[in-house]
Design a protein around this ligand. Structure first.
Ligand SMILES: NC(=O)c1ccc[n+]([C@@H]2O[C@H](COP(=O)([O-])OP(=O)(O)OC[C@H]3O[C@@H](n4cnc5c(N)ncnc54)[C@H](O)[C@@H]3O)[C@@H](O)[C@H]2O)c1
Length: 245
């Protein structure tokens, strides 16, 4: 019996990287998955790949910064699978830019996706879980929610916000059987990291390599499943030692 047998999980950013690896692991543990992403081509192809494995999978194209589209995702999840037990609130963007050259529009866009979008998905998740009696939410923050770095002011501010949003939601709903935790990855080998940066980022990591998306998925499974039944408001920093420096 899988750890997520008969559970329904919504995964934002589910078409790529950490979200897709987590969807694969969740399905192998018996979950039904709703993949949410802006990238329709990748999302649909991945839905077909999971269905070919006899998994219950549904791709929904949506932008996490739209209140209406986020509400629509939860409606479609309920229509397809009846309920929502787990939300992996993971979609995000990031770009490196010196702050003195950072356009306000780019700051707004980064914070809009990486913090506002996480709020909108979490709020809808909490509404669904209050109605159904509980659930678990895992927000993807970053090791840069804990430490700073040059050239990523908007991203780092948003990710720090996600860490404290996680704590605040956890406290607010601790007695409602809703657990909220955060994944804080180090440098992970996904399409968000430009090819030309990979070597330098590996060198900056004490373990001298990038993390794999599958290594993040295992941490997400822990926080999403009953294995972490006494954990809420916490962060799992999985970064090859970066923040221990
Ligand atoms: N890869 C890393 O090194 C790293 C490190 C720390 C944190 N993270 C975080 O992990 C999360 C997943 O990133 P990843 O590394 O898998 O990158 P990725 O680019 O492979 O996946 C991100 C996915 O999110 C989707 N997305 C972006 N904006 C969206 C929006 N507004 N609405 C819906 N979908 C949207 C993209 O289309 C993409 O498929 C992000 O929140 C990222 O900030 C990644």
């Amino acid at each position: 019996m899988g750890k997520l047998e008969n559970k329904v999980a919504i995964i934002t950013g589910g078409a790529s990287g950490i979200g897709a690896a987590t969807a694969r692991l969740f399905v192998s543990e018996g979950a039904k998955v709703v993949l949410v992403d802006l990238n329709e081509e990748k999302g649909k192809a991945f839905e077909q790949e999971l269905k070919a494995l006899e998994a219950d999978a549904l791709f929904v194209k949506a932008n996490i910064t739209s209140e209406e589209e986020v509400a629509g995702v939860f409606q479609q999840a309920k229509d397809a699978f009846g309920r929502v037990d787990i939300v992996f609130n993971n979609a995000g963007i990031g770009r490196v830019h010196p702050t003195h050259e950072l356009e306000y529009a780019e700051w707004r866009n980064t914070v809009n996706v990486d913090l506002d979008g996480v709020f909108l998905v979490a709020r809808e998740a909490i509404r669904a879980m209050l109605a159904s009696g509980g659930g678990t939410i895992v927000n993807t923050a970053s090791m840069y929610g804990w430490v700073g770095s040059p050239g990523s002011a908007a991203y780092n501010a948003a990710k720090g916000g996600v860490v404290n949003l996680t704590r605040s939601l956890a406290l607010e709903y601790a007695e409602k059987n809703i657990r909220v935790n955060a994944l804080c990855p180090g440098f992970i080998d996904t399409p968000i990291i430009p090819e030309e940066s990979k070597q330098a980022l590996s060198a900056m990591t004490p373990m001298k390599r990038l993390g794999q998306a599958e290594e993040m998925a295992k941490a997400v499974l822990f926080m999403a499943s009953d294995d972490s039944s006494f954990m809420t408001g916490g962060s799992l920093i999985v970064d090859g030692g970066y923040t221990a420096q």
